[in-house]
Design a binder for this molecule. Structure first.
Ligand SMILES: Cc1ncc(COP(=O)(O)O)c(C=O)c1O
Length: 453
């Protein structure tokens, strides 16, 4: 799901101000009186009022990205579902926004499904995936009346069939296929696909066996195929290659079973700008490559064009979010490096330690000053690998400054932990010049609530 991302700028002062970092910031970002503002809200004041560490999400950016996906996929074919992958960032507010924008929702666990149910999401527009869904999770899917279950293995298929048939219902399923094409940010690798914990490989006939079993089992309605070739993908030709492979498989299915694939879900993975030099593909180009690609391949194989789905996560929320921290100390180790320590770290952003991810950072209250030094932004955890941004060009930091890390709207809050019994930051949403708590900051009482000792 996550790879090292973000083009790492050379570790030299780059004189950039916030004005030069707009490509990684929310679309409503601007500099007002020398300070960073998002959606008309001053980030320095927000940090003082709401406290730090703090996740900030710009609602306008989330809505814009969703609407771009709807526009540029349906521009080429009317029947495309834009299925937001909730694993990137999930809160009740975001579920409601997804619904209001006419999109669908992808859940990766019973917990994510519970959010969809609690938000009153129309469950026929929800999908559940995952390589090891428990009986309880499958039962929750059936109870909720979920639209589709993405089936990942034979055992799960048998269990789901028995549970659905036992309830006298028929559950639509997609079969997850590993097409043997793995995206590698700027290119793709033909993997042969046997070595993946997800889905059924095409070689050795596993995927075909799975499709045939789904067709014959009671309680299941074989709706189509699902794939997901990777994340933070810049190279659109990797989608085109995978589409070639999977549409050829659709033809084989029709030949061998006489059953047409009604739905083709090509997963998510479109890359985003983490570093100022990053130039990810646009949603417009993605829509063209994917939707036209499927249409052309179907025509080539003489099969009907199916309903399509795309599952963007990161490219909806990553650039909609920033994390605000307060600088606690600035430790200069002569001839080595300068550490700027902040009041958060690997518990609110694990991606740097986990994937060696790189982010742009700036001082929100010095946003129009040039980044005249290089410092490493360190977290407060008891772990030397607890780094938020390594070798970051930065304005000269002082204790009390508000440090903003850009493009943290995806896979940060959703991967947060309580390491060192750190409370997880709250999330504020910004809209029309106002901010509101979407998720409140945890308290020590929250930490202690589950401990029965
Ligand atoms: C099945 C599936 N769909 C969609 C996504 C979303 O991917 P991204 O956030 O890269 O768009 C993921 C993420 O790993 C995934 O596993």
């Amino acid at each position: 799901m996550g790879k090292p991302t973000g083009t790492r700028p050379p570790a030299v002062p780059d004189s950039k101000t916030a004005h030069d970092l707009m490509s990684v910031l929310p679309m409503t970002a601007e500099v007002c009186d020398g300070r960073l503002c998002i959606g008309g809200v001053d980030m320095t004041e927000l940090a003082r009022e709401a406290g730090t560490a703090l996740y900030v999400m710009d609602e306008a950016t989330i809505r814009h990205r969703l609407s771009e996906y709807v526009k540029w996929t349906r521009y080429h074919w009317p029947d495309v579902d834009v299925v937001y992958a909730g694993k990137a960032f999930l809160s009740l507010d975001v579920v409601r926004i997804v619904e209001e924008e006419g999109c669908c929702l992808l859940c990766a666990s019973g917990g994510e499904l519970a959010y969809a149910v609690a938000a009153g999401f129309p469950m026929e527009r929800a999908q559940m995936h995952g390589n090891n869904k428990t009986d309880a999770e499958l039962a929750d899917c059936l109870d909720a009346g979920i639209g589709r279950v993405v089936v990942d293995n034979f055992e799960e298929m048998e269990r789901l069939s028995a549970m659905a048939a036992g309830r006298g219902v028929t559950q639509k399923v997609l079969i997850r296929v590993t097409p043997g094409v793995e995206a590698d940010t700027h290119d793709f690798i033909m993997t042969g696909a046997e070595d993946s914990k997800f889905g059924f490989g095409l070689n050795q006939g596993l995927a075909m066996r799975a499709v045939k079993r789904a067709i014959e089992l009671p309680g299941l309605d074989f709706d189509g195929l699902h794939m997901h070739i990777g994340s933070q993908i810049f190279a659109l030709h990797s989608f085109a290659k995978a589409i070639e492979v999977i549409v050829a498989f659709m033809r084989e299915i029709e030949n061998e079973t006489g059953v047409a694939v009604r739905m083709l879900d090509v997963g998510g993975g479109l890359g985003v700008a983490y570093g100022a030099p990053d130039e990810p593909s646009t949603v417009k180009d993605f829509g063209k490559v994917v939707v036209d690609g499927i249409k052309e391949e179907c025509e080539r194989h003489g099969i009907d064009v199916p309903r399509m789905a795309v599952e963007p996560g990161r490219s909806i929320v990553a650039n909609a979010g920033v994390t605000l921290y307060t600088v606690g100390s600035v430790k200069e180790i002569p001839d080595v490096r300068t550490y700027v320590s902040v009041d958060g770290g690997m518990s609110d952003n694990i991606r740097t330690s986990l994937y060696d991810a790189h982010y742009e950072a700036l001082i929100a209250n010095k946003a129009d000053q040039p980044r005249e030094m290089v410092a490493t932004v360190a977290g407060k955890h008891c772990e030397s690998g607890d780094i938020v941004v390594r070798d970051a060009p930065l304005q000269c930091p002082e204790p009390g400054d508000v440090l903003c890390v850009c493009a943290t709207g995806g896979y940060c809050q959703s991967m947060a932990s309580n390491y060192n019994k750190q409370v997880r930051p709250g999330v504020v949403f910004i809209r029309d010049g106002e901010w509101r708590w979407a998720v409140r900051r945890e308290t020590y009482e929250d930490l202690l609530r589950c401990d029965l000792g």
